[in-house]
Design a protein around this ligand. Structure first.
Ligand code: NAD
Length: 484
């Protein structure tokens, strides 16, 4: 599929709701539009998914065959890298290098989980016990790992291909049927992925793409009585609404990958040649629109000035631009809505009296570009310190000692990721235990591997993606007792 054919095809998709425009965030131009699929399409898609679960066309397929299909999906994603990366850049504003890297990592989700298809296993035990009957007897007991019939997969605009694959690969490996809803801002690459699934041999009706708004399509998925589980990535606010929808519908199981306000601790003994560039990349990458961005940097007093100056220099050296502009290192924010939100935080900060070391404004050009921004003198009680901005904005705060650094880092309702830069290995591991975050980097930042689980502490999430934990989340455990 070419980029143009995707832009054309999406206009033709049926829908019953509003027409939703799709923009190029680097130019603010509308590039296509589509009709909100509406709740009727959700009902039909869930019914199709349920039918495939009951027929066993996917979950009953021999695991080694399912594995081959998943592997083929990965290969086809690789073969379509150029189109996928171009669309991801056009629609999500990613610079080309980042878009290509995202596609590669996404393909690997399918190859990684292809391996798990043949390794879904339970435990077995010979049990001699009276159990609750009090009568001594002998049983053979074992567990079965069984997929949910229909799962709902809902995800945001900041990593459209990545999130699609991070959810769909393990759910398919587990044997689930699904309905899949990308964000309304970034539906384009999902059309190619949908075609790839079919070409690779995923039977019709097993993975059903739905494109529409969150309050229509998303809400209909989370309220549907036949959806047994929802795996969601997005804001904490919507995560909370999904939990409520589960509560008033069928108590569907919910996993949540939510927001963050991740701390980065830089101690006096840190290697600043590594810490400052990584902290800068870790906060400004994708214009700060990554859940794990280290948006609160704490620097020990001995290196505080150097850290602030280093971050400001890096922020000023970053070339902002659209994906087709030469040398662009950072793209735009996703939308006018996101731009307004980020500028709102900056205005609030200025009226609170924060010091703007660099940035603090949008670029004087077309596109939703905000200059990478370094702030100091930010009160820990302020909204800037506490809330997720999801833009290229970092607050730098000094600390005296380890205890204060840990207390500041943990002063958040979020707990997604944290990083510590220090040459003292004892301190590094001590801090790793004390930080309340689902992922801790010691002298490294923004690490990811398919084999390692990923999830949030506190209000950053429920459950895990990736690794073995990532497939377990799509499986239920049945315990079978047999009298011997
Ligand atoms: P969002 O929560 O507004 O939307 C995410 C998805 O939910 C979209 O597909 C949207 O249509 C849908 N949605 C909206 N309302 C819904 C409802 N009532 N019921 C069901 N679905 C609904 O998030 P966003 O603004 O698109 O993305 C940014 C957020 O995502 C940030 O908070 C970011 O931290 C988070 N995020 C988290 C991770 C992670 O792994 N922890 C990764 C990426 C992004």
């Amino acid at each position: 599929m070419t980029v143009q054919s995707v832009l054309d095809e999406i206009r033709e998709r049926p829908g019953t709701g509003d027409v939703i425009p799709v923009f190029n965030p680097a130019t603010e131009e509308q590039i296509t539009e589509f009709k909100d699929c509406g709740p009727e399409a959700v009902n039909a898609a869930v019914a199709r998914a349920k039918e495939t679960a009951e027929s066993g066309v996917w979950k009953g397929m021999p695991p080694s065959e399912r594995a081959k299909v998943l592997w083929r999906v990965g290969e086809l994603i690789d073969q379509n890298t150029d189109e996928l990366a171009e669309l991801e850049s056009l629609n999500a504003g990613m610079v080309p290098m980042q878009a290509k890297a995202t596609v590669t990592v996404s393909a690997e989700f399918f190859r990684y989980y292809a391996g798990w298809c043949t390794k879904i296993e339970g435990i077995a035990s010979d049990v001699h016990t009276g159990g609750l009957t009090g009568i001594d007897s002998h049983q053979h007991a074992y567990t079965l790992k069984e997929p949910y019939d229909v799962v709902g997969l809902i995800f945001p605009w900041n990593g459209p291909i990545f999130n699609f694959c991070a959810k769909l690969a393990p759910s398919l490996a587990a044997g689930c049927s699904s309905v899949v809803k990308p964000a309304e801002e970034t539906p384009l690459t999902a059309l190619i992925l949908d075609r790839i699934l079919s070409e690779a041999g995923v039977p019709d009706g097993v993975a059903n793409l739905l494109i529409g708004y969150g309050h229509t399509a998303g809400a209909a998925i989370t309220a549907h009585p036949d959806v047994e589980k929802v795996a969601f990535t997005g804001s904490t606010e919507v995560g909370r609404a999904i939990v409520q929808a589960s509560g008033v519908s069928n108590l569907k199981k919910v996993t949540l990958e939510l927001g963050g306000k991740s701390p980065v601790l830089i101690f006096d003994d840190a290697d600043l040649n590594l810490a400052v560039p990584m902290a800068s990349f870790g906060t400004f990458v994708h214009s700060g629109q990554a859940c794990v961005c280290g948006s609160r940097i704490f620097a020990q007093r001995g290196v505080y000035d150097q850290v602030v100056e280093g971050l400001a220099n890096m922020a000023n050296a970053m070339k902002l631009g659209g994906p087709t502009e030469d040398g662009s290192m950072i793209g735009p924010l996703i939308s006018q809505k996101q731009l307004t939100r980020v500028l709102g935080y900056l205005d609030q900060g200025k009226s609170d009296g924060v010091d703007v070391v660099t940035g603090g404004h949008r670029l004087d050009r077309k596109g939703y570009f905000v200059h990478p921004t370094v702030l100091t003198n930010v009160a820990t009680t302020s909204r800037l310190f506490q809330e997720e901005i999801f833009g290229p904005v970092v607050s730098v705060i000094p600390f005296d000692d380890e205890d204060e650094a840990v207390a500041l880092a943990n002063d958040s309702t979020y707990g997604l990721a944290a990083t510590a830069w220090t040459k003292d290995l004892g301190r590094a591991h001590r801090i790793a235990k004390r930080l309340k975050a689902g992922t801790v980097g010691l002298n490294c930042q923004m690490q990811f591997d398919h084999s390692m689980p990923f999830g949030g502490y506190k209000q950053s999430g429920w459950g895990y993606e990736s690794g073995k934990a990532g497939i377990d989340t799509y499986l239920q455990t049945k315990i079978v007792w047999a009298q011997m």
